[in-house]
Design a protein around this ligand. Structure first.
Ligand SMILES: [Zn+2]
Length: 193
């Protein structure tokens, strides 16, 4: 899937998570950082290819991207597995704990959860594509849904752009609209300065 679809899917997943497990009192800074972390998580697994936004946006990033991609076994390998999610979880928690002293108003565990929600949503979305996802590495089998490969989505093509993406946007809008009262209460009661 493209970065755009992944970011929308990450937001859908975040909405589901917040509705399923309503957060307690939290700061506005936490909420904003969580949305940012969620969006980064949504595209994080694709740092295993040199065309990833991270590598494109830093000087000579393409070369770093190539080296990093080779180290993690190439595109849709380690970074697209449960082991990869565990590695993202450990590294992002370390980074957040390191940054905590300069952002005392932010609940890093909430931000961490939002980031991981994005990462997991990425793997779920890629499972609908022709290539599939090696969820259970080191077992080198790429799982996909539906199991019949030719029924799956081709990344960046019409099915993704004109069916999957609009469906995700519609689903997120419907989730927000049909749970409007619950969401408004979470925002009104639980968001503090
Ligand atoms: Zn991917």
């Amino acid at each position: 899937m493209t970065a755009r679809t992944h970011d929308v899917a990450a937001l859908t997943a975040l909405t589901v998570w917040i509705l399923a497990v309503p957060p307690g009192k939290t700061t506005v800074a936490t909420a904003l950082t969580a949305v940012l972390a969620n969006q980064l998580g949504g595209i994080a697994p694709d740092i295993d290819q040199p065309t990833a936004p991270l590598w494109r946006n830093i000087p000579v990033g393409r070369y770093f991207g190539k080296i990093f991609g080779a180290l993690v076994g190439g595109h849709r390998f380690f970074c697209h597995s449960i082991l990869g999610v565990a590695a993202f979880a450990a590294l992002s928690l370390l980074l957040l704990q390191f940054l905590q002293p300069i952002m005392p108003n932010i609940d890093i565990y909430f931000v961490w959860g939002a980031f991981l929600t994005g990462v997991v949503s990425h793997l779920i979305m890629d499972s609908f594509t022709k290539e599939g996802v090696p969820w259970l590495l080191p077992i080198p089998f790429k799982f996909g849904f539906p199991p019949l490969r030719r029924l799956r989505v081709t990344t960046g093509k019409g099915m993704e752009n004109f069916v999957v993406l609009p469906l995700l946007i519609a689903l997120t809008t419907w989730l927000c609209a049909s749970n409007y009262t619950a969401l408004a209460e979470i925002i009104q009661r639980n968001l503090v300065k």
